[in-house]
Design a protein around this ligand. Structure first.
Ligand code: GDP
Length: 194
């Protein structure tokens, strides 16, 4: 399977030093939304996405390799409260530039805590990315923290927001319960084989 073969490739500190070759899928989300856990769960590898995770050092971009010139880009979490607002704003702007102008990028996986999806920053990322016409898949993480009823309610609510946007798909995901991996694999795999 696609994610099971994921290996660490490199860390980039600057958007100007991104690799020139290959196709990539980016994982983005608010800090603490569960992005690292989701990558590790999908890869079935407990520490893969923690390799160079240093809270506060927000500008590290980790590249992982699926093989065959296909990459996963782990973008720094945004909205990290401990970082000064001016630094955060600068970084968010760079993130926007990456999302809008990166030719190697074929799709965005947006990680959102299912208890608090679609925050202002999430919406800003989506607005930027919408201009590219590339697909977005939303993972509503930590779904194990919600009851079955709440899970259905939040999934429907987010789906409803995007009902007119065929490029955006949504699913529930739990790293703790290892739920939802098949759908993610199917969607991201589909992007690479499109
Ligand atoms: P990141 O900052 O987006 O990479 O978030 P992390 O993956 O480091 O997760 C942030 C916190 O949420 C950690 O304490 C995780 O243990 C917790 N977490 C992540 N995924 C899940 C999940 O599926 N279920 C539960 N209950 N907790 C989770």
């Amino acid at each position: 399977s696609l994610f099971r073969g994921l290996t660490f490739l490199t860390t980039v500190n600057d958007l100007r030093s991104l690799p020139q070759e290959g196709l990539e899928v980016a994982f983005a989300g608010r800090s603490n939304a569960g992005k690292s856990s989701a990558i590790n769960t999908l890869a079935d590898h407990t520490r893969l996405a923690f390799v160079s995770k240093t809270p506060g050092r927000t500008q590290h971009i980790n590249y992982f390799d699926f093989g065959n010139e296909r990459r996963l880009v782990d973008l720094p979490g945004y909205g990290y409260a401990e970082v000064p607002a001016s630094v955060r704003a600068h970084w968010e702007k760079l993130l926007g530039q990456y999302l809008v102008s990166r030719a190697n990028l074929i799709g965005l996986v947006l990680i959102m805590d299912s208890r608090r999806p679609l925050t202002e920053l999430d919406r800003r990322m989506l607005d930027w990315f919408r201009t590219t016409g590339k697909p977005v898949h939303c993972l509503l993480t930590k779904s194990d923290k919600l009851s079955r009823q709440e899970q259905t309610k939040i999934l429907r609510a987010v789906e409803k927001e995007f009902e007119d946007d065929s490029l955006i798909t949504v699913q529930l995901f739990s790293s703790l319960k290892k739920q939802g991996m098949e759908i993610t694999e199917q969607i991201v795999g589909g992007w690479f084989s499109a």
